[in-house]
Write a protein that binds this ligand. Sequence first.
Ligand SMILES: [Zn+2]
Length: 84
Amino acid sequence: MKLLPSPLVCRDAVELVSDYLDGTLSRRGRRRLEKHLAQCDACTAYLDQMRATIAASGTVGPEDLPSDVVEGLVNLFRQYRSDD
Ligand SMILES: [Zn+2]
């Protein structure tokens, strides 16, 4: 069984998330990201986590995430990628 090809891979999506939350992402980029989020639980979880982090700290950026959170996300992505 073959999954539908995704125009945006998770690594790209994660890079877009901070711009998305900053409000600096282009409309086209936002549409691509939202399309990806609609079918990717890992990136949706990542976005939620980033939102929560921003709400708590007022800053944005993967470097602001606690290391245990990053570790959890890495595992999440690994799980997701292993479905390929
Ligand atoms: Zn993804």
